[in-house]
Design a protein around this ligand. Structure first.
Ligand SMILES: [Zn+2]
Length: 200
């Protein structure tokens, strides 16, 4: 299962659209650049002529956007006056991917508990969805518990962080340019965040 990150202007099945996104996180793959949105951000529905909000539906990883909210994903619903609620969809190269086992675990528990506590070894990985080889690019991951870990992109533009447990979600990742300054933050560039990982 692949769920695409939602952004400003993305439409729901009835034509409702998202009107709010994060200042710090955008995606321009493919163009034009759009600001990426989170659960609870505002929408407008031309059918019931009401402002609304993005509501969560379906599996999602526990990771949070920089504003502390969960990422809005394709398949989430518009909370407006319409019943049944319309569903958002988008096409963009910024996705969250789930195996069928993960879908079952994330949906079945009603929380992320099953996903985060049962692993014997713990890690989280991210893929930078950029064209070309970015291996060797340094990055820093910030976790909700305040811990910070550095990593380096390897083959397939993947980076993996070993964790002592899975109880702290990654809040954001910064990639570093060659001069050592943080290049882009917030979850970054246009790209990042195919949060692939989780655990073994
Ligand atoms: Zn509506």
């Amino acid at each position: 299962m692949i769920r695409t990150f939602l952004g400003v202007g993305d439409k729901a099945t009835n034509g409702a659209y998202i009107t709010q996104g994060l200042d710090s996180v955008s995606c321009s793959n493919p163009p034009p650049r759009v600001q990426i949105s989170t659960i609870g951000m505002t929408t407008y529905c031309p059918v019931c002529k009401q402002d609304g909000h993005i509501g969560p539906r379906g599996p999602r990883r526990p990771g949070m956007a920089p504003n502390g909210k969960q990422w809005a994903l394709s398949g989430d619903i518009n909370l407006c006056g319409c019943n049944p609620p319309p569903t958002f969809h988008a096409e963009r190269n910024m996705t969250m991917t789930f195996t069928s086992d993960e879908v079952a675990a994330l949906m079945g528990g009603g929380s992320s508990a099953a996903f985060t506590t049962s692993a014997a070894s713990h890690w989280i990985s991210f893929a930078l969805k950029a064209r070309g080889d970015c291996s060797g690019l340094r990055c820093v991951a910030y976790f909700k518990d305040g811990s910070v870990q550095q990593g380096v992109l390897g083959t397939n533009n993947l980076v993996r962080f070993e964790r002592s447990d899975n109880n702290s979600a990654c809040s954001h990742v910064e990639f570093m340019l060659d001069d050592g300054n943080a290049a882009v933050s917030g979850s970054v560039t246009d790209s990042l965040l195919a949060a692939i990982g989780g655990r073994i």
